[in-house]
Write a protein that binds this ligand. Structure first.
Ligand code: MG
Ligand code: MG
Length: 255
């Protein structure tokens, strides 16, 4: 069942989204060669708790940390640990927080120092795919309209989108209905209605779309061909006039 949110509830999710935007920026400014992903997670978790919120990934189905930190060929669900960040990496931070009972979900892929033009282009196209998908978040459209728009933008640029994982409803809980795949057919899937809140999150591979999940930890999702991937995510409310984006990259990008 898809749970609709009132205007008041959407404002409370926006409060969580704003804090989450600040959180990603705070952790992002510590990303530099020589730091470990565990260090970044620790900084972020402290920031979330100091601001009166809860990191929802921590403890979710046994996930051990506040952030998913996914470097280079790790698409999503990287577990923070003793991996050292180095020049030329791409580092995606994905986090879900609960502030006063309302939930926001957002992800951003950062670059470390000088990265290759190929990597820059992957990140640019993935970020564009997110906003192209968000543009379809209007009452009367269908989930397939979002999915198709994301897929087309990535594929026409020579990239592929992951099939195994997708966006989702969010707001009261971390994962709600409906699923929001990054591939699909326009005019199909659940109807978008005013008051729906969803997470749109393209997971885009430079090479093939095939991924594998770590046998050791059960979480880490890597590209099979070892090529890099990128991930950007916003939480958005559906309105009659179009998307009302509740999370923000402003704190990251307007430094
Ligand atoms: Mg997320
Ligand atoms: Mg999500």
């Amino acid at each position: 069942m898809i749970l609709l949110k009132t205007k008041e509830e959407i404002e409370l999710i926006r409060d969580a989204g704003r804090l989450l935007g600040k959180t990603l920026a705070e952790v992002g400014r510590h990303i530099r060669p020589g730091v470990t992903t565990a260090f970044l997670d620790q900084i972020g978790e402290q920031f979330i708790r100091d601001n009166g919120a809860k990191p929802l990934c921590k403890g979710f189905e046994g996930f051990p940390s506040a952030f998913c930190i996914s470097v280079n060929d790790v698409v999503v669900h990287g577990i923070p640990g003793d991996l050292f960040i180095k020049e030329g990496d791409n580092v995606s931070l994905d986090c879900v927080i609960d502030l006063n009972g309302y939930v926001a979900d957002s992800a951003y892929t950062f670059t470390v120092g000088e990265v290759t033009p190929e990597m820059q282009r992957l990140l640019k196209v993935t970020r564009e795919a997110l906003f192209i998908g968000l543009d379809k978040c209007k009452a009367g459209n269908r989930v397939g309209d979002i999915s198709h728009a994301v897929q087309m933008h990535c594929e026409k640029n020579g990239y592929s989108v992951v099939r195994e994982l997708c966006g989702h409803g969010v707001g009261f809980k971390m994962h709600e209905s409906p699923n929001v795949p990054n591939y699909g057919v326009p005019g199909t899937g659940p109807l978008l209605k005013e008051g729906m809140v969803i997470a749109v999150e393209p997971m885009v591979c430079m090479g093939s779309k095939n991924v594998k999940f770590s046998k050791e930890d059960g979480w880490t999702c890597r590209t099979r061909d070892g090529k890099p991937a990128a991930h950007f995510e916003h939480t958005v409310a559906i309105t009659a006039n179009g998307p009302d984006i509740l999370t923000t990259f402003d704190f990251i990008e307007n430094k």
